[in-house]
Design a protein around this ligand. Structure first.
Ligand SMILES: Cc1ncc(COP(=O)(O)O)c(C=O)c1O
Length: 390
């Protein structure tokens, strides 16, 4: 039977295709080093796992969870925002629990986008902003992120007739895939833009806790007025090495939080309560692990930047996140370069075009592998003569 138009234009999820290529290479006996997906390789902190084990034995949690999420979890989120950013949130109306932030990012378009409406989407960007828009029947207007602007979008370049039709503005800092960061001044300009055109800002802060050399990312919600025009998506995935647990939240404008909760009530039945309580443990317990994690990624970042520079690459070390974004050498597209590196070295990098047209000319390296494997990957590049020529 023919599939619906809504999914006809959906590309295969980038990482599903990369997984397939890795499996194929491994089957041929290649010792593949994947610098592809951003999936933390370190385990979830012990105290969080222990809390899950304890709660999993409680039959109260074996029943359906509440739709909007346990109040205890939402209160832990509000407490975390207060301590970390000085932002005050009402856990009852301004926080909703998500099955990982990806789920909320995909569903927010369902709340606001009718066929023909427009979302403003960073390019390159995390693919779900785009696909969520398409699934809701909306149109994507791409906001190019260019190195010369520090990978921040130029909102003044959005034609006013497009901005007037726009419903959502997606942003993400610290940024995947570019590693760029944003200032509070930039967020203040975003608030003014959202007010001018009456649109909802959806800021994705999945990487806010991973900073280097003392850098700490701000929250969009810190800017005066932000809570009236926007929401922030967040996740335990990267901060606490919990990608497999599927736990996140959205916080901010009460109307948007209610709308998202309403859509979710009709689609899913919430997150296993034992997992939410483990999330409470993560947010309220010892944060020692977070600094240790930043130190570990920083060491890996330095290994990647050092090796790339040695091979002639013009790269600046990112201040945050778990990725290095680098230009492909002259004569390659991002796909042909990634293919060469996989074929000749058994090393997976992600082609930039997978994050949108604006990612063409770049590739992404994830810092989710041990330093020794990073060094081994670049040893292979050196042996094969993979160097940068602009
Ligand atoms: C920018 C960004 N946002 C959101 C997510 C989704 O995270 P999760 O659904 O695990 O919370 C990711 C995952 O890689 C990401 O890179």
């Amino acid at each position: 039977m023919k599939t619906a138009k809504r999914i006809e234009n959906l590309p295969p999820y980038l990482f599903a295709e990369i997984d397939r290529q890795i499996a194929e290479a491994r089957q041929k006996g290649v010792d593949v080093i994947s610098l592809g997906i951003g999936d933390p390789d370190r385990p979830t902190p012990d105290h969080v796992v222990e809390r899950l084990c304890k709660e999993a034995h409680n039959p109260v949690h074996h029943r359906y969870p509440s739709y909007e999420g346990l109040l205890e979890f939402r209160a832990a989120v509000a407490g975390w925002y207060e301590r970390r950013f000085g932002v005050h949130l009402d856990p009852r109306t301004e926080v909703v629990t998500l099955i990982g932030s990806k789920e909320g990012i995909a569903h927010i378009s369902w709340c606001y986008v009718d066929p023909g409406d427009v979302n403003l989407v960073p390019d390159p960007g995390y693919p779900v902003y785009h696909t969520g828009t398409i699934l809701a029947g909306g149109e994507v207007y791409r906001l190019p992120l260019r190195p010369e602007r520090g990978f921040l979008p130029d909102l003044s370049a959005v034609p006013s007739e497009v901005a007037r039709r726009a419903k959502l503005l997606f942003l993400n800092y610290p940024n995947n895939p570019t590693g760029a960061v944003a200032t509070l001044q930039f967020f203040a300009d975003v608030v003014a833009f959202a007010r001018q055109y009456d649109l909802l800002v959806c800021h994705d802060a999945a990487y806010s806790e991973i900073g280097f050399d003392g850098y700490r990312a701000p929250s969009f919600l810190q800017v005066p007025g932000a809570k009236e025009v926007g929401i922030e998506f967040h996740s335990l995935s990267k901060t606490y090495n919990m990608t497999g647990w599927r736990l996140g939240w959205a916080a901010g404008q009460a109307e948007a939080i209610e709308a998202l909760g309403r859509v979710k009530t009709n689609i899913d039945s919430g997150v296993f309560q034992a997992i939410q309580l483990a999330g409470v443990e993560a947010l309220t317990g010892s944060q020692e692990h977070v600094q240790a994690m930043c130190n570990l990624y920083q060491e890996r970042r330095d290994a990647v930047i050092g090796a790339l520079r040695e091979l002639g690459w013009p790269v600046t070390p990112p201040q945050a996140g778990i990725y290095v974004w680098a230009p492909v050498p002259a004569g390659y597209t991002s796909v042909s370069f990634a293919a060469r590196v996989l074929e000749e070295c058994g090393v997976v990098v992600t082609p930039g075009v997978g994050y949108g047209e604006g990612g063409e000319g770049f590739f992404r390296i994830s810092l989710c592998v041990p330093k020794e494997r990073i060094e081994e990957a670049f040893r292979r590049w050196r042996q094969r003569g993979i160097v940068f020529r602009g």
